[in-house]
Design a protein around this ligand. Structure first.
Ligand code: FAD
Length: 418
């Protein structure tokens, strides 16, 4: 194992891969140190029965501006531009109901916008209409968007999220694109970092496989991992740990189900398991036209199911589908794969949200320390947080900061010696 490098990058997800590739292409000696046996992190494609499935990120959000779209195309990947199921009519509503629900959601978001610009930040739940017919479903959709329950998520942070409303998919998988992009970069896998000692002239990174020394480090760990890894920094960096705690990872899990006689359903359509509650899943029927259902679980509903083991997800889905589509429907489905992101020790959740009053923590988390500790990862992005392109943006920004710091240091040495 390489035991010395100029720039160590902790974590090989979207941010770490983007940072590593940027530095490597600039000719800088760098090394990604990754705990898993693969690159990609929360971008994770697996192939089942010939179909690549994304257990983490799947949608190229803001696809028309998303750097991963360009990278995927440069890799020769096919991009599917079918509008996402949430932008189309859904099944599961009685006639006229979907229109009412959409109107209620738009009004909710308009109230969020107002609250976000008030002096004191509040939770999204403050924007729910008291006793509103659609509050349950709005709550469910908030868990799909943010991973947190409406009562936990900052209105200002939600408002800060920037998107172009263009959502595409990489047919061979988003995770596959990101992992491929990192292939050229030196990496050590299956090597969890335990401590970053910045007390000496050079950094000493203590890992499962020994100590790696470096001049600079880019830390891209998920916020929950940052906050929960005891004594990660020596000396401690309490501001960073507080910021990470205020930007916890919410929870969303995907279950893939094989579907017999799929033709009954329109390709890329959607069904809500229930429209009157927050604890419901949403069902993406025939993604890419495949004989599958992609089931999405969020917030407390996902957390409760995780606590009951992998089978609980399929049981929940089969029961909701039987209620909606008939008691014989479960005979046509079988589970393919679920990944429990909260139980995953190297993620401990799905994507970050800010707790009320803490949206500024994204900037605190992203700020460099001592000109040699740099930070990246989706949670550092002021407007593209929770996404893989937010990971890319912050990874490249941190790599640029490294190049700048390096240039300044060289300038100092040169002027001291002349
Ligand atoms: C179910 C789900 C659906 C999603 N859907 C979308 C979507 O459609 N579109 C979208 O844009 N985003 C989506 N996301 C979010 C997106 O996947 C993430 O925001 C993005 O991948 C995060 O990238 P990152 O580099 O910031 O973090 P990560 O990918 O988490 O990278 C951090 C890396 O650090 C590693 N690590 C952890 N601990 C250690 C340690 N001690 N030592 C060394 N390495 C360590 C991890 O293994 C990981 O590889 C989804 C996520 C999930 C879970």
């Amino acid at each position: 194992m390489k035991s010395d490098t100029e720039v160590a990058i902790i974590g090989g997800g979207a941010a770490g891969v983007a940072a590593g590739r940027h530095l490597h292409d600039a000719g800088i000696d760098c090394l990604i140190i990754e705990a898993r046996n693969r690159l990609g992190g929360r971008a994770f494609t697996e192939t089942h029965a010939g179909h690549p499935i994304d257990l983490g990120c799947g949608w190229l959000h803001s696809a028309d501006k998303n750097e991963w779209t360009k990278i995927a195309k440069a890799q020769g990947r096919k991009i599917d531009e079918t509008p996402p199921p949430w932008a189309r009519s859904s099944l599961g509503f009685k006639p006229g109901e979907q229109h009412d629900y959409r109107e209620a959601f738009d009004e909710f978001e308009a109230r969020v916008s107002k609250l976000a610009h008030a002096d004191n930040d509040v939770a999204l739940s403050a924007a729910l209409e008291p006793g509103g017919r659609w509050n349950g479903l709005i709550g469910a959709v908030i868990t799909f968007i943010s991973g947190g329950e409406a009562a936990q998520v900052s209105a200002l942070d939600y408002e800060n999220y920037a998107h172009t409303d263009v959502n595409w998919r990489a047919v061979e998988g988003y995770g596959a694109v990101i992992a491929k992009h990192g292939e050229a970069v030196p990496v050590v896998l299956e090597n969890a970092v335990r401590r970053i000692d910045h007390s000496g002239k050079r950094l000493a990174i203590e890992t499962a496989k020994g100590t790696i020394t470096a001049d600079r480090v880019i830390v891209t760990l998920p916020t929950t991992v940052l906050a929960e890894t005891e004594s990660l920094f020596k000396p401690a960096l309490p501001d960073k740990i507080d910021a990470a705690r205020n930007l916890p990872l919410g929870l969303d899990d995907k279950l893939f189900i094989a579907l017999e006689r799929p033709e009954e359903f329109e390709k890329d359509s959607r069904l809500f398991g229930a429209t009157d509650r927050t604890a419901t899943a949403t069902y993406h029927l025939r993604p890419f036209g495949r004989p599958q259902i992609e089931v999405y679980f969020g917030g407390q509903c996902a957390a409760d199911l995780e606590a009951n083991g992998e089978n609980a997800f399929f049981d929940f889905a089969a029961s909701q589908l039987a209620d909606l589509l008939g008691s014989k429907f479960p005979q046509r489905i079988r589970p393919i794969r679920i990944h429990r992101w909260r139980a995953d020790p190297f993620a401990r959740g799905s994507y970050s949200y800010a707790i009320p009053g803490m949206a500024d923590c994204r900037a605190t988390l992203a700020a460099p320390v001592e000109g040699r500790l740099f930070f990246a990862g989706e949670a550092c992005s002021p407007g593209n947080f929770s996404t893989a392109h937010g990971g890319w943006e912050t990874g490249v920004a941190a790599a640029e900061q490294v190049l700048h710091a390096r240039g300044s240091a060289r300038g100092c040495i040169k002027s001291e010696s002349t």
